[in-house]
Design a protein around this ligand. Sequence first.
Ligand code: PDD
Length: 291
Amino acid sequence: MQAIPDTLCYLNGEYGPLRDAKVSVLDRGFVFGDGIYEVVPVYGRRLFRFDEHLARLNRSLGKVRIASPFDRAQWLERCRRLIDAQAADDQLLYIQVTRGVAVRDHVMPPDLTPTVFMMTNPMKPASAEQRHQGVTCVTARDFRWERGDIKSVSLLGNVLARQISADHGAVETIMFRDGFLTEASSSNVWVVHEGAVLGAPKSEHVLEGIRYELIRELCEEAGIGYNLRPISEAEVLGADELMLSSATKEVLAVTQVDGEAVGHGALRGKPGPVYAKLYEAYQRAKTLQSI
Ligand code: PDD
């Protein structure tokens, strides 16, 4: 087993070392995957687009009918205490809320106290080589459930999907439902077509990444077209450029899919100009939009 670090974490009102934190075996998060989570990037000890992440956390809680345990100030206070205790300046803050502890029964018990767990880990950014060369992906049918819009801790479908790429030495699995792009196992996917950025429409099949709105803003700033519409598998495979986005990947160029180079002409298999502009704009946004 990997050693669990002793960084400070928060669990149900207490702060203590991560390696000592324990929950009941009857926690519904453990028994049913009955809970939701968030992952917030932290740059220079400041939270990036915190209010957007908090809004999505509250949307997820509402969709699964768990009452929000804290208000904004209470969340922020807990986040800051963990961030201050972490050695690295750039971090990934994790928040998990489950329905709580109860005797096993599928029906949601009324009046449970939600379990709240928070930790922060050093950010693991993409390597210089990945930034320079882009990354490799594979494709698969999207066999997950139909509520991908909920940031649920029930991630077995995503875990199975991610492992397909891991088994191929690739960084992500890009998925299609009925022949149309949904997302990747833990990232959103963006296609560049005739200079514009295309993304899958927001729906119950896709997690609305916090980068959906951010990329729209960055495109607007850079004078790049941005459009959400159904994207066929053929359009993904024939894209001029392909990108992933997530809290950890920021924006990351995909230069190979299922063993084939992405793109056309001299740029084939290389990160493209739209990626380069968005990556640069993203770095500026990090300094301007962190609190
Ligand atoms: N994953 N789609 C899925 C299925 C995801 O799990 C994620 C994020 C995204 C991108 O969302 P955002 O831009 O808000 O990070 C899309 C996080 C990082 C995770 O599970 O660790």
